[in-house]
Write a protein that binds this ligand. Structure first.
Ligand code: SF4
Length: 329
C-alpha cells in the first residue's frame, strides 16, 4: 500500500487518539530547545517514569545552556547520578559549552547543524527540530521503530542499515507538512502506550492501517551478543570515619568508586556482593574489607568523610555497596 494514499487519514486517526490519550509530560509543555534537549538525552535508554524527577531537578539546578556550561563536570555527574550511561551527561555539558561559546547561547535550528553538537545523532537532532522549532522532519526512536515495523509488517531486522532505512523512509512518508511536533509525539505515545511489547491491537486507533499478522514477532532484530559474566573486586578502607575512594578513569570516568583490586584477597570473605548489568556484561561486584595498615594513596585516590559522600558523583552499584556496608562498620 502506498503511504501517500492513506497518510492523511492515518494522521487524523493518530492525532484524534493522541488528543484524548497523550500524557501530560513536563517536556511537552515547552518549546524551549534546551529543555527538550535535556529530556531527549535523559530519555535515551531510560523510562519516562524514571526520567521525570531527574528532569525536574535538572531544570531547577541548570535552567539553561549558560548555567549548564558554567557547571563543573563533578556537579553535572552528581546530578545525573542514578540515570546511568554517563556519557550522556558529559555530552550534554559539552553541548552547552559549544552553544554558549560558539553559537552565542542560541541553539542552532537546522538538523544538520544540531547534529554537529557533541553526542547528538540524527534522532535527537530531528526531535529538537520538530519539538522546539516545529520543523517537518521525521523521527524514529525505539517506540516509533516498533510501531512502524508492525504497521509495515517489516520482516528485516530493524537494527540493520536496510531496516533503519525502511523505518526512516516510512516515518518521512507519514509526516505532515505542518505541526510535525504533535504528529511525532503522537507516534511515540502510540508506540509507548498501545503498540508496546504486548500490543493492545483491540484498542489501536490505526489498526485498519496495520499489516502485521503476528505483531508479537515484530520488530525483528539481529541476534544479540551473548551476555558475558565478569567479576570485579574492590576494597573498603575505613579510617577515622573516612572512606577511601578512587576516581574512575574508564567506565565511569570522573565518578568516585571503591578502589579496584586486581585479584580477590586470599582467604577473605567479601563484605558485600551484588550484581549489575553493563552493556552486554553481567558484572558481579565483590567488596573486601581493607585490613592492612592504611594503603599508600594513588594519585586517583582520596579519603572522604561520610558527610561528603552524598555530594559526590558515585555510580549506583558503588553507592548501594556503601549504603549496605557503612551501617555495619
Ligand atoms: S494494530 Fe496492533 S500491532 Fe498494529 S499498530 Fe496497532 S497495536 Fe501495533
Amino acid at each position: 500500500m502506498n503511504p501517500a494514499l492513506y497518510a492523511a487519514s492515518f494522521r487524523r486517526s493518530l492525532l484524534h487518539w493522541y488528543r484524548k490519550n497523550g500524557r501530560d509530560l513536563p517536556w511537552r509543555r515547552t518549546r524551549n530547545p534546551y529543555a527538550i534537549l535535556v529530556s531527549e538525552f535523559m530519555l535515551q535508554q531510560t523510562q519516562v517514569a524514571t526520567v521525570i524527577p531527574y528532569y525536574n531537578e535538572w531544570m531547577r539546578r541548570f535552567p539553561n545552556f549558560a548555567a549548564l556550561a558554567a557547571a563543573s563536570e563533578h556537579e553535572v555527574l552528581h546530578a545525573w547520578q542514578g540515570l546511568g550511561y554517563y556519557a550522556r551527561a558529559r555530552n550534554l555539558r559539552a553541548t552547552a559549552i559549544v552553544v554558549t561559546q560558539k553559537h552565542g547561547g542560541s541553539f542552532p535550528r537546522s538538523p544538520d547543524a544540531i547534529q554537529n553538537l557533541p553526542g547528538i545523532g540524527r534522532y535527537t537532532a530531528n526531535a529538537v527540530a520538530a519539538f522546539a522549532f516545529n520543523q517537518s522532519v521525521p523521527i524514529v526512536e525505539a517506540n516509533i521503530a516498533r510501531l512502524l515495523a508492525r504497521l509495515l509488517d517489516l520482516q528485516i531486522p530493524i537494527d540493520t542499515s536496510a531496516g533503519r532505512a525502511a523505518l526512516w523512509a516510512h516515518a518521512a512518508a507519514l509526516l505532515p507538512l505542518h505541526d510535525a511536533g504533535a504528529h511525532n509525539s503522537a507516534l511515540m505515545e502510540l508506540g509507548a502506550l498501545v503498540c508496546g511489547s504486548r500490543p493492545k491491537c483491540e484498542v489501536c486507533p490505526v489498526k485498519r492501517f496495520c499489516r502485521a499478522s503476528e505483531p508479537l514477532m515484530l520488530p525483528r532484530k539481529k541476534a544479540r551478543p551473548t551476555i558475558k559474566l565478569q567479576t570485579e573486586h574492590h576494597s573498603f578502607a575505613f579510617r577515622r570515619s573516612r572512606v577511601l575512594l578512587e576516581q574512575s578513569q574508564d567506565r565511569w570516568r570522573g565518578m568516585w568508586m571503591l578502589p579496584r583490586l586486581e585479584t580477590a584477597p586470599t582467604g577473605c570473605m567479601p563484605l558485600h556482593v551484588s550484581k549489575f548489568p553493563f552493556t552486554n556484561h553481567r558484572i558481579t561486584l565483590t567488596v573486601f574489607r581493607h585490613t592492612a595498615p592504611a594503603p599508600a594513596l594513588k594519585s586517583s585516590q582520596r579519603w572522604f568523610s561520610l558527610a561528603a559522600l552524598s555530594s559526590l558523583p558515585l555510580p549506583s552499584p558503588h553507592r548501594r555497596a556503601l549504603e549496605a556496608i557503612i551501617p555495619r562498620t
